[in-house]
Design a protein. Sequence first.
Length: 326
Amino acid sequence: MRACRPAIVTFLLIWRCCRLGKIAYVAPMPGKITGGCAVGSSAQSAAPVIAPDVRMLARGEGWSVAEYVCHAGPTDRPFEERHGEVAIAGVVEGSFQYRTRTGSALLYPGSFLLGNAGDCFECRHEHGIGDRCIALSFAPALFEEIAATAAGSARFRFSAPMLPAKRSLNAPAARMHELHGEPVAAAEWAIGIAASVLRAHAGASARAGSVSSRDERRISAVLRHIDAHADEPLDLDVLAAVAIMSKYHFLRTFRRVVGVTPYAFLIGVRLRRAARMLATTRVPIATIAFAAGFGDLSTFNGHFRDVFGATPGAYRARALGRVARA
């Protein structure tokens, strides 16, 4: 289900632990990043290190984009690595635990992993098997240019390990699927995603205190359940049962771990899927709305317009127009 160097090699090793992370893959390029980090102790066992499937999507001067599909699970050995460049990764499927200098967090669909150049990190898959991410890597010089405008400082560094799947990030999260082959379009896309994430990070409020590993494991199970059944009617009682919690405790814990309510997360999953279908197919809009899990077209249109700033038809026209020009 889910999975996570100069620009490419550094990046491929960077994400070795999580699909974004566990890469035993070394491209034939200079700049190999080695281990030796100390973000915390981790049990070293005879368990194998699982390398993800890696697909380079695009690259240019100072940036690269790759897809990582990880198949690691709870029994696979995590290990520490170092971000050679600035890393921003959108989680598409699955969930995993990410730990770096700025903190620890559960990553899940719609959230963004954040990594500062030079920081050590570790990823674990304690609650399930596999994840998939679209990961961007930026050389420090290019990232400084982006940050100077988007975050107000060329010396910006991420102060948190991730950004949760908040409503303001649904649009950039959906755009993770819109990368096209034309070099200029691809570069604009990568820089645009980075700018959106930086603006969201600059405006984000501090997250609540740490949660127990038990609560994190339970909420991870709910996230996977929602992801697998987002096109179906979902009941709060069922979600609370998956978490093995009372409804009240579940709601409080979910928001503390994920950053949004269960309903907001569900709507985000549905909207991102619909946006992807709109941008890549000519399936009728009503069919897409119902397939994504919306009960009626007007509700879908309203949610979509509020989040993406355009009607589904206008969004599709723009997306397909970009493909035609590319």
